[in-house]
Design a protein around this ligand. Structure first.
Ligand SMILES: [Zn+2]
Length: 168
């Protein structure tokens, strides 16, 4: 629990509410801060937008639900979100060795995805934010629009691809 977070802080999520349960224990970065005014007594409080390591952006997070991991991590030297995304993905599928070396990570991600069919590869990249120009997670619907298939089909492809990655 922290009183106040700043832009770029690396935080761990300590929330257990229904909507954010699956992010419990995830780490992320403070991406936005909103000052909200209570209508009753005109006092204000802060809510945070968190860029979660899993690629999702969480809105309206209270400071009491955050644990500070590293102050202003986003601004620290050598920080790279794409590197973080690749590490998270490889950790999820237990592939390769953990490193902060970007080139090694790129090779490992490409090698991990190699056996997948092209469409499966794309879905995984969009879901795990593994595209340099798009470092946030796309919804099944958004991916479906890009690939010209239904969002149900995207969800099926995602599950099959993940199974192949983890099982194989
Ligand atoms: Zn998350």
């Amino acid at each position: 629990m922290i009183r106040k977070a700043f832009y770029g802080d690396k935080v761990s999520l300590n929330i257990f509410s229904y909507s954010t349960k699956k992010h419990y224990g995830h780490e992320g970065y403070v991406k936005g801060i909103a000052r909200v005014r209570r209508t009753k007594n005109k006092s204000t409080y802060l809510l945070y937008e968190i860029d979660c390591e899993c690629g999702q952006v969480l809105k309206s997070i209270k400071p009491r639900d955050l644990i500070l991991v590293q102050s202003r991590a986003l601004e620290s030297e050598g920080f790279d979100l794409f590197t973080e995304r690749m590490r998270y993905f490889l950790k999820q599928i237990s592939y390769g060795k953990d490193t902060t070396n970007k080139q090694t990570l790129l090779l490992q991600v490409n090698a991990a995805l190699k056996p997948l069919k092209p469409k499966y590869k794309k879905v995984i990249r969009y879901r795990f934010s593994l595209n340099k120009d798009c470092l946030h997670q796309l919804s099944y619907k958004e991916i479906g629009e890009k690939l010209g298939v239904s969002k149900q089909r995207v969800e099926i492809i995602y599950k099959l691809a993940l199974k192949e990655l983890i099982g194989g």
